[in-house]
Design a protein around this ligand. Structure first.
Ligand code: SF4
Length: 347
């Protein structure tokens, strides 16, 4: 079976070149074509001899996803893409430029659909189809990279916060982190890479052993098991007490601080009392809180908390000494909620 070269890390490239009985330095050239220059065809690799290119093509190729839709926000230039892979499955990825600072964050999906099924999330609403391969994750960043030439920004940050639970697709996610971080590839700093989790405890414990400098973001949304069981159904399997224990292990082993993501939903988790309980929970860790004004999907019936409630909630946390930010809302005019564009496409 022909493999996707974007699934290959440096070792895989070396193994392929050795199998083809070619000099070792060719593997670095191949890696750079695939993961730095974002080649879409093996024939673009003009410093590789024709005979080598054809030998490579017998074993592997580049599986470049098709961009089915590309929406650009008139408000903040956020770009939302619907991508289709070779088996016809689709995911979203989002490009969030910061033109003033010449930076750009790419939000990538890791699964087609999501098995966690949070009731406010469009990604989870269509169920889980399959995990993405490493190459399908890396491709999302390479597509963003290919847009740099027409823009003033550069891809600097990657967040694994799109469709899917990254730690349930552990091996492909970790391999893509290492490829994106490779100095011969895009060389994106580990500290500029964020892996988000809904609280999959075995994945957090495994990640603690990796000696990586990535940011771990935990989608918390409530510190009461009853409410969190509803908002993040994974909580029924890994309740808050177990999650807190795993996060302490993670902090101890990695030395890294934790980011807690908290979506504020009208009438569900946005009272002053909720903020006080959140502050008490977070104070167990070296951590910061990122408050996310909910990006509502009409059909789901959840409402975003008012601006004043959001500000009051943040103030309670700050008064209790918790480092708190309120996430800037992006792409509201282009179906900004994760999974919304794909949902419309599937309908
Ligand atoms: S919020 Fe995240 S974990 Fe929950 S269903 Fe959506 S993609 Fe999955």
């Amino acid at each position: 079976m022909v493999k996707d070269l974007r699934d290959f890390d440096r070792q895989d490239m070396e193994d392929l070149i050795a199998e083809l009985r070619e000099p070792k330095y060719r593997s670095n050239q191949l890696f750079q074509w695939v993961h730095k220059h974002g080649a879409e065809l093996v024939d673009e690799m003009t410093n590789l001899p024709l005979s080598l290119r054809s030998k490579i093509r017998e074993r592997a190729d580049i599986f470049h996803p098709k961009v089915l839709e590309k929406l650009t926000s008139k408000k903040d230039n956020t770009i939302k893409m619907l991508l289709e892979f070779s088996d016809g499955e689709t995911v979203e990825s989002v490009i969030m430029p910061n033109e003033a600072k010449k930076r750009c964050t790419v939000c990538v999906s890791t699964q087609v659909g999501c098995p966690v099924g949070c009731p406010f999330c469009a990604s989870g609403s269509s169920g889980f189809i399959r995990n993405l391969r490493t190459g399908e994750i890396v491709s999302q960043v390479l597509i963003a990279k290919s847009m740099e030439k027409d823009e003033t920004w550069k891809v600097t940050n990657v967040v694994f916060m799109g469709m899917g639970e990254p730690l349930l697709n552990y091996d492909a996610v970790l391999k893509s982190v290492r490829i994106l971080n490779d100095p011969l590839g895009l060389n994106i700093g580990q500290r500029k890479i964020t892996i988000s989790t809904a609280g999959y405890v075995p994945g957090i414990l495994k990640l603690a052993e990796e000696k990586l400098q990535v940011v771990l973001a935990v989608s918390l949304h409530s510190v009461e098991n009853e409410v969190r069981d509803f908002l993040v159904p994974l909580n029924k399997k890994y309740p808050l007490e177990e999650l807190a224990w795993a996060l302490k292990e993670y902090s101890k082993k990695s030395g890294r601080r934790i980011t807690f993501e908290y979506s504020l939903i009208e009438g569900l988790n946005d009272t002053i009392e909720c903020a006080e309980k959140l502050a008490a929970f977070v104070s167990q860790f070296k951590a910061n809180v990122n408050i996310i004004p909910l990006n509502p999907v009409d059909e789901f019936g959840f409402k975003r908390s008012s601006s004043s409630k959001i500000q009051n909630f943040a103030a309670v946390l700050r008064n209790k000494g918790v480092e708190t930010s309120v996430r800037e809302e992006r792409g509201l005019d282009i179906e900004g909620a994760c999974g919304q564009l794909r949902l419309r496409y599937l309908q």
